[in-house]
Design a protein around this ligand. Sequence first.
Ligand code: UT7
Length: 345
Amino acid sequence: MKSAPAPHFKNPRASHNFQGQTCSIAAVGSYLPERVLRNADLEKIVETSDEWIVTRTGIRERRIAAPEEATSDLAAKAARTALERAGVAAEQVDLIIVATITPDMGFPATACLVQQKLGAKRAAAFDLEAACSGFIYGLEVGQQFIMSRTYNTVLVIGAEKLTSIVNWQDRNTCVLFGDGAGAAVLQNRPNAHGLLTVRMGADGAKSNLIRMPGGGSLHPASMQTVVSRLHYLQMEGKEVFKNAVTAMCTAATEAMRRCEIDISQIKCIIPHQANRRIIDAVGERLGATPEQMFINLEKFGNTSAASVAIALDEAVSSGRLQRGDLVMLVAFGAGLTWGAAVIEW
Ligand code: UT7
């Protein structure tokens, strides 16, 4: 009798405590609002050009949610698709984690509003705020609940209505962002494919590089905060760019080291979709081929916490990613925060 072939990677979760258990991604789903805002439309709003936006960022268009559509609506739509594909009823969901920097309101958590919209009556629900790294942070948090056998089914959603906090007078930022949502259904499936490792990091010393200062306990909403435009997203683009490349490469390298794999074993690298030049620089530094890098930012711009989740769904739906392939997710955002995940798809 032939013995089973040795796996070509190490599963860092296959420790004594977790023997035989896997946090599997049963299915993913996404939702993008219908309305498309093209670079040519932005030329009418601020002093910019399609040429500048495409060459400096790679973005050609982005989606804009309708005025009455909130982040929880986008999140619920993405989640419904993921649940349907996983064959999981809303009532089976134990926990909903919504990663977002654009919650419907200060509180309650957007996750609770999603719970109600889905009819996921049994589910606990909370929001997680790690900006563009939010979906990867969410996967790690969800995985901990699965691996500890606290919950069997966890819904992790990255959802943003960034156009609600974009300063349409600031050409440095308003051309970059879009709305959308992506969701993943995590389940405990013994000896199945799933998450191998997640690395997360943060650097609060650089919190001033991307932020929305108004409306919190430091600068509660007032006439003055509105006049000073503190309720909009602010970003030091150049500094963020440099930090993004370094942190994403470090997180990705560490994640690969823990799985004892090299870049050539990864079928598809799904980076946060902020800037084509960041993605190219990260790919180059990691020694990846252009074919390994998944890019869809030309269609959706930067959707922060939703970006990696939307791209993962597209990679799966388009057949680019097949069951058994190794995929790496890697992201960077405000906080600063960053994260990388290796998944046996
Ligand atoms: O999702 C969280 C993570 N976020 C990111 O990763 C974003 C990281 N940063 C970036 O992607 C880039 O820094 C930007 C796309 C934001 C900016 O690109 P850049 O190559 O760093 O440009 P810059 O900020 O150095 O600006 C270069 C020039 C400036 O003009 P001067 O001062 O050289 O005359 C800007 O005023 O481009 C000008 N500029 C624009 N021109 C036309 C800035 N925005 C625009 C615009 N249209 N929209």
